[in-house]
Ligand binder design. Structure first.
Ligand code: BES
Ligand code: ZN
Ligand code: ZN
Length: 499
């Protein structure tokens, strides 16, 4: 989609969306008297209110546009950048719904001054491009036609260049997010560890600042990543650990992003039942988000030295698969009893964490994982769970989440939980050994991971609920959301090295 900036509304586009705040009593009269009368009439019969998100498509025909619609923006004082994403997203979905392909709007101009032009621009591009996403490649041509993306959004703006700067950044972030949505929506018979490697190679070949290191099965065995290898034991696809390394600063230790990359999670011998197994192609969403975050950093030349670490496996059932009760030895020498083969995410991430810390000595490690069903139960879709012991890092992630709309919600990491994963005949068990085993399931998973981090500042982000939605949102449609990309991108944007 082309996003253009125009001083006045762009009459060459098909649809016009006029934003109306609660306090805009003239109902758009300054634009057109006929429109104002119709809006007033619609308000009278309760077909339209200026509450945020309410839309009314007018009957106005004798006009330059094929359609003119008004969009309620609520009270001006309640406006924020997330609402800009939502409002523009709504315009995109409505335009698509009318089978039209371009629009112009005054809303960005209307909210000028509510936030920095750059911040508005980022949010605008994100709302537009995220809402314009469709995963249609497996549909018949006629059905694809009906979901055709928009061609142009023309934004009225009379402020400075900062809006267009923001639009550029927002586009990079949104396109990386959509790349993740493609990777996660693609089924597991397409996206396996080799496919992920191919994608990572593409990122590395696109930027001279990015290098890719690939550890294949033989190297993983040599390094002693018994925990990761155990998970892949029942799979026909090879296990891999990918490390994308981005150099963006002359100083500063590494920040490492690590992402769970289970290309399909059947549960293993603790097989998942119907209704739980079908969406498990999405279990590599963390790894995909990490890959995309490295791409964003390289594209925007962010001042940071970054690692994107992706342990890739497939959790399958086979004669060679690991048994419940097996004991494996992780990279750091710790022994783990497999209390449940379905708690596999922590088993691949723990090796990745310990390996990354030992080889690269990063200052910060942030892992992203579709780790627990308990997190979906606790938080639903609209925030990822975050936990750890470093308050400053948790705070930075909370800020990045709020600013990007890709939110996190902190779960407690109380001292009382810290021995719940201790094993009885091994150092650790991969499921909680206290109570019924499922209490505080997201937290105990985090506790397990924490045992594989020694000195780095570390936070764990559970994206099990936020990565894949069963319902449409204002600018993200159901299916893969690319959760984590905006979070990590904003975290990087807001925490660059000062050179
Ligand atoms: N990949 C799942 C978690 C998940 C559930 C992600 C729903 C997305 C949506 C994970 O590997 C898993 O199966 N976790 C178990 C852990 C349990 C056995 C301790 C779970 O949550 O049930
Ligand atoms: Zn699992
Ligand atoms: Zn899993």
């Amino acid at each position: 989609m082309k996003i253009t900036i125009t001083k006045d509304l762009d009459k060459t586009q098909e649809v016009l969306f006029l934003g109306l705040f609660e306090e805009d009593k003239d109902n758009g009269k300054s634009f057109n008297k006929e429109l104002a009368e119709e809006v007033e009439e619609a308000t009278g019969r309760k077909a339209f209110s200026r509450k945020f998100g309410e839309m009314y498509a007018t009957k106005l025909s004798s006009h330059a546009y094929k359609k003119v619609a008004v969009l309620g923006l609520g009270e001006k004082k309640d406006l924020n950048v997330e609402k800009i994403r939502q409002a523009l997203g709504k315009m995109v979905t409505s335009t698509k719904c009318w089978s039209l392909s371009s629009f112009t709007t005054n809303i960005v101009e209307k909210v000028r001054g509510c936030a920095d032009g750059e911040v508005l621009g980022r949010a605008a591009a994100e709302g537009l491009l995220l809402a314009n996403y469709n995963f249609t490649k497996y549909l018949a041509k006629e059905k694809q036609e009906k979901k055709k993306p928009l061609q142009v959004a023309a934004l009225q703006w009379s402020g400075g260049n900062d809006l267009s700067e923001g639009l550029k950044v927002g586009r990079v972030v949104a396109e990386a997010t959509n790349m993740v949505r493609d990777l996660v929506n693609e089924p597991a018979n397409v996206v396996n560890s080799e496919y992920m490697e191919k994608m990572a190679k593409q990122v590395a070949s696109q930027y001279s600042s990015v290098k890719l290191k690939v550890l294949n099965k033989a190297e993983l065995e040599k390094e002693g990543m018994g925990s990761l290898l155990g998970v892949n034991a029942g799979s026909q696809n090879p296990p891999k650990l990918l490390v994308l390394e981005y150099t963006g600063s002359k100083k500063g230790k590494y920040t490492a992003f690590l992402g769970k990359g289970i290309t399909f999670d059947s549960g293993g011998y603790n097989l998942k039942p119907t209704k739980y197994i079908e969406d498990m192609k999405t279990d590599m969403a963390g790894a995909a988000a990490v890959m995309a975050a490295v791409k964003v950093a390289a594209e925007l030349k962010l001042k940071k030295n970054l690692l994107g670490v992706m342990p890739l496996c497939e959790n399958m059932v086979d004669a060679t698969a690991q048994h419940p009760g097996d004991i494996v030895r992780a990279y750091n020498g710790k022994t783990i009893e497999i209390g449940n083969t379905d708690a596999e995410g922590r088993l691949v991430l723990c090796d990745a964490l310990a390996y990354t810390e030992a080889k690269y000595n990063p200052e910060v490690m942030i892992d992203l994982a579709t780790l627990t069903g308990a997190c979906v139960v606790a938080l639903g879709y609209y925030a990822a769970g975050v936990m750890g012991k470093d308050d400053a890092l948790l705070h930075a992630l909370h800020e990045a989440g709020n600013n990007s709309g890709d939110r996190v919600w902190q779960l407690p990491f109380f001292e009382e939980y810290q021995d719940w994963m201790d094993g009885s005949i091994s150092d650790l068990n991969n499921i909680s050994q206290k109570g019924k085993g499922y209490e505080a399931g997201s937290i105990t998973a985090g506790v397990f991971l924490s045992k594989f981090v020694e000195k780095a500042k570390w936070a764990h982000v559970d994206i099990a609920g936020s990565a894949y939605w069963a319902v449409d949102g204002p600018y993200l449609s159901k299916g893969a959301t690319g959760s984590g990309v905006r979070l990590l991108s904003y975290y990087l944007l807001e925490n660059q090295e000062k050179e």
